[in-house]
Design a protein around this ligand. Structure first.
Ligand SMILES: Cc1cc2nc3c(=O)[nH]c(=O)nc-3n(C[C@H](O)[C@H](O)[C@H](O)COP(=O)(O)OP(=O)(O)OC[C@H]3O[C@@H](n4cnc5c(N)ncnc54)[C@H](O)[C@@H]3O)c2cc1C
Length: 295
């Protein structure tokens, strides 16, 4: 299939892109790496009358650390740049670990972090990672700039809190939550490496100076209409030192009570729940081991 006819404008600056999006409203769509939008247009699942190409806007592509210890990623930063960034590997090891799971190198060379979050595929890795990292999504329209917590950004199947005329400009990953020691882990299962996962989990934990679990975040992908934060499971871990039983109980809570997997041609709902339970247990075990507290 070929796309329906559309107009194309390559914006040179953020302001130019925002002006075009404001002028054309819902008829216009930003074009980032095109790895999801162009196939959707070719299948005529998306038929924007105008594409506003963000690829020439250098101000949207960067990896920076700020004085507060947060790491800031411009929306147009390619997956491959994030994957190869030493700064990301040091400051956000969970994100670093997840990157090679996204598609294949050719797709990671074009695809962007902002495009992945704006696309909001419930099977994508980055939305779940951003939930686990408690990241914020910086967005701008011609009228205003605001930040949205990742937990409020994903509102449903391929849906976000972005309003017409707004684009994602930046992703802000805060330094890890209090605690003396931290650990994280990303795991997913797909039939072939590079395929979208049947289920996946991103886990991040912190321990206080007496070895007690002081915070935990668990986010799951491909088990609902959006990436899901398993808050009840995570809260169940906080307080005592981590243990094998506590990890098993948390995995059971996440898989039984906090996800809503569907059955499709790839896997049954029941199978996805089982996968979510096993992956959550393993990811937590790995995260606690990396924090220096093997269970
Ligand atoms: C064969 C194949 C396999 C893939 N496998 C995976 C996988 O395993 N895991 C995974 O996560 N992804 C996978 N992808 C998708 C890939 O990661 C894409 O890069 C990503 O989903 C979208 O990023 P993009 O930059 O290409 O965005 P685009 O395709 O350009 O845009 C996607 C959507 O986001 C909007 N958009 C883009 N940028 C912005 C912005 N800054 N502000 C507001 N809206 C914006 C667009 O208008 C469009 O609606 C796969 C893609 C292909 C083709």
């Amino acid at each position: 299939m070929k796309p329906a006819p559309f107009a194309y404008h390559r914006a040179a600056t953020i302001d130019e892109a925002l002006a075009l999006l404001a002028e054309h409203g819902r008829e216009a769509k930003p074009l980032a790496g095109g790895q999801s939008l162009i196939p959707a247009m070719n299948f005529r699942l998306a038929t924007p009358a105008m594409l506003v190409d963000l690829n020439a806007i250098g101000d949207l592509a960067y990896v920076r650390s700020d004085d507060g210890g947060a790491i800031r990623l411009g929306a147009m930063t390619r997956h491959r740049t994030v994957e190869r960034s030493d700064e990301v590997a040091r400051a956000a090891p969970l994100l670093h670990e997840a990157m090679p799971w996204i598609a294949h190198p050719a797709i990671r060379t074009r695809g962007t972090i902002g495009g992945s979050l704006a696309h909001a595929d419930p099977a994508a890795e980055l939305p779940a990672v951003m939930l686990a990292l408690d990241a914020r999504v910086g967005v701008r329209s011609r009228q205003r700039a605001r930040e949205i917590a990742a937990a409020e950004f994903f509102t449903g199947l391929f849906s976000t809190a972005l309003e017409p005329g707004e684009i994602v400009t930046e992703i802000v990953i805060p330094p890890p939550d209090g605690g003396a020691r931290h650990g994280s882990a990303f795991l997913e299962f797909s039939r072939r490496h590079g395929d979208f996962a049947l289920a996946g989990v991103a886990a991040s934990v912190a321990l206080d100076d007496r070895g007690r679990c002081s915070s935990a975040r668990i986010a799951l992908l491909s088990v609902g209409d959006r990436p899901l934060l398993a808050t009840e499971a995570a809260n169940a871990l906080v307080g005592p030192p981590p243990s094998r039983d506590a990890v098993r109980a948390a995995a059971a809570i996440a898989a039984e009570r906090e996800i809503d997997p569907s059955t499709d041609i790839h896997a049954s709902s029941r199978y996805r729940r089982q996968l979510a339970s096993v992956l959550t247990r393993r990811a937590l075990e790995r995260a606690f081991a990396r924090a220096g507290a093997p269970v």
